[in-house]
Design a protein around this ligand. Structure first.
Ligand SMILES: Cc1cc2nc3c(=O)[nH]c(=O)nc-3n(C[C@H](O)[C@H](O)[C@H](O)COP(=O)(O)OP(=O)(O)OC[C@H]3O[C@@H](n4cnc5c(N)ncnc54)[C@H](O)[C@@H]3O)c2cc1C
Length: 388
């Protein structure tokens, strides 16, 4: 297959020279692992102490990886990307809240985004994460099958109601909804809830999408088992397929608590598992829809190849490619240029609330994690091409 991702002119067509320079500077900075470690500590301290660092964060990493502090801020970016056939998924990235108000705020925000999805072709999905709608420790308790106090039962009822309200609205509007996956020790509780939503709202087509983290060795089996259930009970499945973002945490907890890690034994096994999942889904597109959330070039080429082999059109509405805003533009824009369906997660929210998200991006882009050198190489190549 032609190496389309090497075309940096298409990849960075939307970036002005100064935006290109900023991207280069940011990736250079976060490639430096000690600098990231120190930067994280200083930023956490500054934010907790209410020091005025928000402007600095905004002008650098925030603006590179996020669309703005609210949904309206994101719209110019959404429109700009759509000129190049790249869609956006507005991702309200406020994480890990323990009181009820922020959970209800997240619900209102996602309901509002669903209206955008209905109105704007450039925004084809809404998204939320389970712990945006419920307390982590409550998910954990439900996951463990522990009995809940009366108060907790009522609280869980409100979590279920938030899921249901969102999925019901998505169904009424006929628009799709992605639900993120998180740590394995709360994921069964989330999965059961999402399965119920699929059963209820995916009768005609996939409205509700769950997420499969293929760094988990048990996920291919889960996919196949759910497929059997979905066939027997007559509902469609939607899955975002990713590798998974919590590997270190997963391995550390398994080690600490003395159980077998749910994570594949090596990167290569995760890669094989991921590619097996996309192949299985492509072979059963009559029953399911796929959103492949990956920055991996080989997996992206593999999915293109599978589609070509099975005679599936590039813009078949059941197959989507997804990347995060600020990363892997060479994949997104080159795929979109060939008419594939592509959507980039565009996070937004108040700067201090988006910090955990930004820290995860910095972590996965250090030289240790190994993504940065590729981003830097591509930016370097484009700078040379533009003679900057
Ligand atoms: C649009 C989108 C949505 C996403 N949504 C979610 C989500 O809901 N939940 C979530 O958890 N993540 C999510 N992610 C993040 C994703 O799971 C990955 O962390 C990230 O995309 C990096 O993986 P990759 O496929 O891009 O490629 P690569 O860079 O090729 O793979 C890196 C990944 O491989 C795995 N890996 C690395 N080393 C090993 C090893 N030694 N053993 C086993 N596995 C290893 C890890 O999962 C690591 O993140 C999302 C990503 C995108 C692009």
């Amino acid at each position: 297959m032609k190496r389309i991702f090497e075309d940096t002119a298409t990849a960075f067509a939307l970036k002005t020279d100064s935006e290109l320079e900023r991207a280069y500077f940011i990736f250079k900075m976060i490639a430096n692992e000690p600098l990231v470690r120190i930067g994280k500590a200083i930023t956490n301290f500054a934010i907790k102490s209410h020091l005025p660092v928000e402007k600095l964060i905004r002008a650098t990493v925030f603006d590179h990886f996020c669309g703005g502090v609210n949904e309206f801020d994101c719209l110019p970016t959404v429109d700009r990307m759509y000129e190049k056939n790249v869609c956006s998924v507005l991702d309200y990235s406020v994480e890990g809240k323990d009181s009820e108000d922020p959970l209800d705020d997240a619900l209102s925000m996602v309901l509002k985004v669903l209206d955008f999805v209905k109105e704007k072709d450039a925004i084809p999905f809404a998204v939320f994460k389970p712990t945006g709608y419920g307390r982590f420790s409550l998910f954990y308790k439900v996951n463990e099958g522990k009995s809940l106090t009366e108060e907790e039962k009522a609280e869980w009822g409100r979590v279920v109601a938030r899921f249901d309200k969102t999925c019901k609205k998505a169904h009424e509007l006929g628009v799709s909804l992605l639900i993120d996956a998180e740590e394995s020790w709360i994921q069964d509780a989330a999965d059961l809830l999402v399965e119920d939503m699929m059963r209820k709202y995916n009768k005609e087509k996939a409205i509700v999408f769950n997420t499969l983290q293929m760094y988990r060795w048990d996920r291919l089996d889960y996919l196949k088992k759910l497929h059997k259930k979905a066939k027997a009970e007559d509902f469609k499945m939607g899955f975002k397929v990713v590798r998974g973002a919590y590997m270190e945490k997963e391995n550390e907890r398994a080690e600490e608590k003395g159980y077998a890690t749910p994570i594949c034994a090596s990167k290569q096994e995760t890669d094989i598992n991921f590619d097996n999942a996309i192949a299985y889904m492509i072979d059963h597109l009559e029953d399911m829809e796929i959103f492949a959330g990956t920055h991996n070039e080989n997996s992206s080429y593999r999915l293109m190849e599978l589609m070509r082999e099975r005679g599936i059109e590039a813009n078949d509405s059941r197959v989507w490619f997804g990347q995060l805003y600020g990363m892997s533009d060479h994949i997104s824009f080159n795929l979109a240029n060939l008419n594939y369906n592509v959507a980039k997660y565009l996070p937004f929210g108040p700067v201090r609330d988006v910090m955990p998200y930004l820290i995860r991006r910095a972590d996965e882009n250090t030289s240790v994690a190994g993504q940065t050198s590729r981003e830097l190489d591509l930016l370097e190549k484009e700078r040379k091409r533009r003679k900057i």
